[in-house]
Unconditional design. Sequence first.
Length: 340
Amino acid sequence: MGKKGVLLVNLGSPDSTEVKDVRRYLDEFLMDERVIDIPYWKRYLLIKGIILNTRPKKSAAAYKKIWWKEGSPLVVISERFTEKLKKKVDLPIALGMRYGSMSIENALNELKQQGVSEVFLIPLYPHYAMSSFETVVEKAKDLLKASFKEMSLTVQPAFYDDPDYIRVMSENLKDQLEGFEYDHILFSYHGIPERHIYKGDPTGTHCKLDGSCCETSSEAHKTCYRHQCFETTKAMVKELGLKEGTYRNSFQSRLLKDPWLKPYTDHELEAMPEQGIKKLAVITPAFVADCLETLEEIAMEGKEEFLQFGGEDFKHIACLNENEAWVAVVQNWIEEWQSN
């Protein structure tokens, strides 16, 4: 038996808020065929010809609003989380990012130098989507095949309904709601194009994006992002005993003009005050660490939008980040794998 080690992977971040660094990062991210899944030549023209000439400047300005003195919040939080985990687990642990200079390849090299040949990969995404969970796993597999042939890989499945994950998410929400009089909770998940749902359906017929397919048992649910998001909300609602009518789901972060999963978070934020919802808490369960999509898009832009349309009070619920209970959950997964 070989030596065991753990590889944690999150999304990634530009090296700085300079436009050139943001452009380089977006180039790698958006050229990923699992993120923008159109033929290569079309993707090349769209990304290199249009998006990279306009978006980096806007994105750099957004990153500047949330950047910490130590660097990117996503990276800094992920590093702190990894350090806490290292103190609890007696195994080599390396942190990699799917995009950017903190690459998965660098992390694998780090494990290799420590003599690791059996790798436990934990994609830090609770839900399965081709543009997040799947691209991490496939990238790791490609790297092993090409450069780390002596290594084997075990993957932690998407943990959207893991009872321990649900428990710590619910506790985190409860703790942060203390002292905040809310009349509604919005579960805002990262959006994906609707076509990704159809593409990820192994049956080819189950997913219809209607009111019933996510509720009807199917093999398709193992790779259905929409179903898994709804299941997370359902499990948390049950855990917390939330009343019907005091919460809802939405999807944020659209790109391009294709139809994405609905309802859209920004539309919900605009409509809620008119519906009598004046004091809102927003939680983002698709993320385990705060990042651009939570700190800028929700805590800043979302709040501004909600208040502008007549809302009175708004609370962004911070992600699990380096929460001790969350560290303990991942520790348990590692120890279970280690003992097998």
